[in-house]
Design a binder for this molecule. Structure first.
Ligand SMILES: [Zn+2]
Length: 201
């Protein structure tokens, strides 16, 4: 999915996130970006719609000249939905992540490497920044104690308790089924008969 988005990111909205790797003269380049609500609105993806942050990016050219290491340091705050009360909440994020990029024939990914066409020689990092941010959001994110929307949290809690009970019952049933199956296999009289025949021969 994201290679398509990557190509779209070539649009002017994300012009400043385009890095000319092929034309890079120095062995190290440092870039800074400021993220705001507009950035997330332009990205237009479901996970994060608003936020702010700072990105420090260091681009290192490897000695061969066709491979690059991009080190991202991202700090900021994004607005996500609280798991407990479903109201918006601010989630702080601090990320250090790396992207390895190689010039090749066409856009692709090989293990940890992102390959970009040598003809273009450019990469747009807007979507990668967004992806790093999304991956940095904890799986479970809730308001600080006492900060939840109390009415909503109460209702959801009730609902969750019921769902959890349902799951437990289903879990127990499944285990019982498994036990029955294995027991019946062992005690199946036909198996015993077969075993007797095999043993005797
Ligand atoms: Zn909450």
């Amino acid at each position: 999915m994201y290679l398509g988005t990557l190509l779209q990111c070539g649009m002017t909205k994300f012009g400043k996130y385009k890095i000319d790797l092929k034309g890079m003269q120095q062995s190290v380049v440092r870039l800074e970006y400021e993220l705001d609500n507009q950035f997330f609105m332009d990205i237009d993806a479901p996970e994060v719609g608003r936020g702010r942050g700072n990105v420090s990016l260091e681009v290192k050219k490897q000695s061969a000249g066709n491979a690059f290491e991009l080190n991202f340091d991202i700090e900021g705050t994004v607005v996500v939905q609280c798991d407990r009360c479903l109201d918006d909440m601010e989630q702080a994020i601090a990320i250090s992540d790396k992207l390895m990029v190689k010039l090749g024939t066409e856009y692709s990914e090989e293990g940890d490497w992102v390959i970009i066409p040598e003809e273009e020689g450019e990469i747009n990092v807007a979507w990668f920044i967004y992806e790093f941010i999304v991956l940095a959001i904890p799986l479970k994110h809730v308001h600080a104690p006492g900060k939840c929307n109390k009415a909503m949290a109460g209702k959801l809690n009730e609902h969750l308790r019921v769902s959890a009970d349902d799951e437990d019952i289903a879990g127990v049933e499944m285990e019982e089924d498994e036990d029955l199956e294995s027991t019946s296999q062992i005690s199946d009289p036909r198996w015993n008969e077969l075993k007797k025949i095999l043993d005797n021969n």
